[in-house]
Design a protein around this ligand. Structure first.
Ligand SMILES: [Zn+2]
Length: 142
């Protein structure tokens, strides 16, 4: 839930956590072989990082820019914060069926690797740069 109002482009949440090489259902992908783990740290005081609680939406109100989530549109205090998991994840550890209710809902959320060319085009500017890098190598391999 948003703790206050945000204007488009505002920093909403920083992405903190332990950097790991292997994705799990609680990681967020930052680079081709780099993920951030949202599990609580043994030596951390505050428990889970806030970003762990952002749910997926096919029409999200935040997007990842570097190691932050920024507002994609105006967000009101109390709104549920969402981002598009397929804008950062190449191949998700735990695919799921989406019921976000948006007009462009893609139904099965499995990772950017599995998106059609049309779905990739619709994701457009939300797409994290590392996914474009991985897509080039993927198409070269197949
Ligand atoms: Zn959806």
């Amino acid at each position: 839930m948003a703790a206050r109002d945000f204007a488009p482009g505002d920093l909403v949440v920083a992405i903190t956590g332990r950097e790991v090489r292997v994705p799990t259902r609680y990681t967020l992908q930052l680079a081709p072989s780099l993920h951030v783990d949202a599990e609580p740290q043994p030596d951390a005081v505050g428990g889970y990082p806030e970003w762990r609680f952002l749910n997926h939406s096919c029409d999200p109100n935040t997007m990842v820019r570097g190691k932050t989530f920024v507002a994609r549109r105006a967000i009101r205090r109390g709104d549920e914060l969402t981002f598009d998991y397929e804008s950062t994840e190449w191949d998700m550890a735990t695919p799921f069926s989406c019921e976000c209710g948006s007009r462009n809902c893609r139904r099965m959320i499995r990772g950017y690797r599995h998106l059609s060319a049309k779905a990739r085009a619709q994701l457009g500017a939300l797409t994290a740069p590392h996914l474009l890098t991985l897509a080039v190598h993927d198409s070269a391999a197949s």
